[in-house]
Design a protein around this ligand. Structure first.
Ligand code: CMP
Length: 136
């Protein structure tokens, strides 16, 4: 069954010139791009996107980081797209959790600067796609 997931290349990934690398991996895996946009994230969108982390010690710096420069936002579609992209991304912590060969495992060192975001469930994907691409 085909699903959709929201993917972000975060400001660190854009700044480091890894957009092509991330999009290339998505395409080579066989997933399809349904929407793709470079955008500066407003504070309100950042707060809504990361609402589940409100109250955590890193919430403030997470918002500051995600609004610090442009991100690339994409809607990606394919069979089991949510898990497929999470596997491409690797675990949240680029050193302790992300395997070599994954995006974070290959290019990341710090949990905050972990390059990409992918929706973590069907419910999150639906909520995040509505938030970032209401026109879809
Ligand atoms: P992401 O998949 O975008 O979802 C929440 C983000 O919070 C996560 O990636 C990390 O970038 C960030 N994050 C999670 N845990 C920590 C932490 N302990 N310190 C700083 N940032 C974190």
């Amino acid at each position: 069954m085909s699903e959709r997931t929201l993917v972000l290349v975060k400001p660190d990934g854009v700044e480091r010139g890894l957009v092509g690398e991330v999009i290339g991996r998505i395409e080579r895996k066989g997933l399809k791009l349904v929407a793709l946009e470079l955008r500066q994230v407003e504070q309100q969108l950042a707060e809504q996107h990361y609402a589940e982390h409100d109250g955590k010690p890193f919430f403030g710096s997470l918002l500051e980081f995600i609004t610090s420069g442009p991100v690339v936002a994409a809607v990606v579609e394919g069979p089991r797209a949510i898990s497929a992209f999470r596997q491409l991304a690797g675990g949240t912590d680029p050193v302790d959790k992300a395997a070599p060969g994954s995006i974070r495992g290959d290019y990341g060192l710090e949990v905050q600067y972990n390059l990409v975001h992918g929706s973590d469930s069907a419910e999150s994907a639906e909520r995040e796609i509505k938030l970032w691409f209401p026109e879809l």
